[in-house]
Ligand binder design. Structure first.
Ligand code: ATP
Ligand code: MG
Length: 395
């Protein structure tokens, strides 16, 4: 047992002792069997939410309408979800209704792929009703039941299949892949945010290029915002780098495909990317596009942007360039306006400057001079320089 699961055993045992069934389920079982790092520990039980809450002194109703209760312990929190079936799938989206049931079998049946439909007891015994263990060993992503039917219930599962292919380096089993090919257009019904979350996991998978190949083959990409075949083919020509954040994904895509600033904005907006991510990506691509990066370019980029650019350059094997850039950044006399030896109040008191736009312009000029090493970052030096300039101008 990996440590992450070990720690949750007392929780499951307590529920068992009260006469209910309780298991590890989903990704954590899959990743344990694969000997992969576990992200989050999902638990499932035959106990209803109210019954779970009676067993533990500290809980939170995080998703109680879906049957999920968070159990709060001194060490960690655990999400436990009551066995449930889903019904009333409408419009190829997630179901309107969930129904709590006492049967593990029913709960496992509603899950997307055989490798995700495994449950494990506290003694390590695995409950495998759909051949998930064999599919794990054969590296196959296979829908539970009829693929086409399952994709009609929830079209997002098609992108999830490709996401798991990219993360795990597995193949998508032929019926399942055929199901995607035939039903790709159902993805139109799915909210962009849900597609985006899977897309970002796909792009951060080790085998993201295999995932993109499937997107192309099945035409799934046509129903994702702003994805075009030419761009995907461009990405397939890049080295097989392992990306590790949302901003890295977008920076690589936008920079390597030489998107214009306008195109970057359009693409990120259509994927409903958060504003702070958009800003970092735009500034990163802008910095990477500079033929000759000046100290002022680096000063204007935030530390987050510089780190992001260095990561991308290193991933692409441009280590010399990355090292030079890093050194250049570290050697900046100041990294932001707060590090400047004078502020607006100093200018007002020492030079009798009035508040107003001129003050801002002067501060900007000082920063430029200091960053370009034309002016030493010392209060007396800066004030003196400004006094001289005013005196000259006065004559
Ligand atoms: P990760 O390691 O990325 O968290 P995961 O397998 O835990 O992978 P989640 O999205 O966290 O993936 O979902 C948890 C489990 O819930 C899955 O393993 C699967 O059994 C089930 N599941 C999630 N989304 C769906 C879906 N759209 N349709 C059917 N089952 C799903
Ligand atoms: Mg999970």
């Amino acid at each position: 047992f990996p440590m992450a699961l070990q720690a949750a055993i007392p929780i499951l045992e307590k529920i068992n002792a009260a006469g209910f069934e309780a298991y590890f389920v989903g990704g954590c079982v899959r990743d344990t069997l694969l000997d992969h790092q576990i992200h989050d520990v999902d638990l499932a039980t035959s106990a209803y939410p109210q019954e779970v809450k009676m067993l533990f002194p500290h809980t939170a109703d995080t998703g109680i309408e879906h049957g999920t209760v968070t159990i709060i312990t001194d060490e960690q929190n655990y999400e436990i979800t009551t066995f449930r079936t889903e019904s009333g799938y409408q419009d190829y989206r997630r179901p309107q209704h969930v129904e709590f049931v006492r049967s593990l079998t029913e709960d496992l049946k509603r899950r997307d792929f055989t490798i995700n439909a495994l449950a494990m007891r506290t003694d390590g015994q695995v409950i495998d009703l759909f051949g998930g263990v064999q599919d794990l060993s054969q590296k196959k992503i296979k829908a539970v039941g009829q693929a086409a039917e399952r994709f009609h219930e929830d079209a997002l599962r098609m992108v999830r299949a490709v996401r798991f292919q990219a993360q795990l380096g597995f193949e998508i089993e032929s019926q399942t892949k055929m199901g995607i090919q035939l039903n790709a257009l159902l993805l139109k019904k799915i909210a962009v945010e849900r597609i985006r979350d899977e897309w970002l996991k796909l792009m951060q998978g080790r085998a993201w290029q295999a995932g993109l190949t499937t997107m192309l083959q099945t035409k799934l990409y046509q129903y994702c915002p702003q994805l075009i075949a030419e761009d995907l083919n461009g990405l397939l020509k890049l080295p097989a780098v392992k990306l590790s954040s949302e901003k890295q994904v977008w920076t690589l895509v936008c920079w390597c495909l030489q998107f214009s600033e306008q195109r970057i904005k359009t693409v990120l907006k259509s994927w409903k990317t958060a504003n702070d991510v958009q800003k970092i990506v735009l500034a990163s691509v802008n910095l990477l596009n500079q033929a000759e990066v000046t100290a002022w370019n680096l000063y204007q980029a935030s530390p987050g942007v510089v780190t992001n650019c260095l990561a991308i350059l290193n991933l692409l094997g441009k280590t010399t360039l990355a090292n030079e850039l890093q050194q250049q950044y570290e050697q900046l006399p100041i990294k932001n306006v707060r590090e400047l030896a004078v502020n607006g109040r100093d200018l007002m008191s020492e030079l009798k400057m009035p508040a107003g736009p001129q003050l801002g312009q002067t501060l900007l000029w000082i920063q430029q001079q200091v960053v370009a090493q034309q002016l030493v970052n010392q209060k007396a030096v800066i004030i003196n320089e400004l006094k001289n300039r005013y005196a000259q101008r006065g004559r």
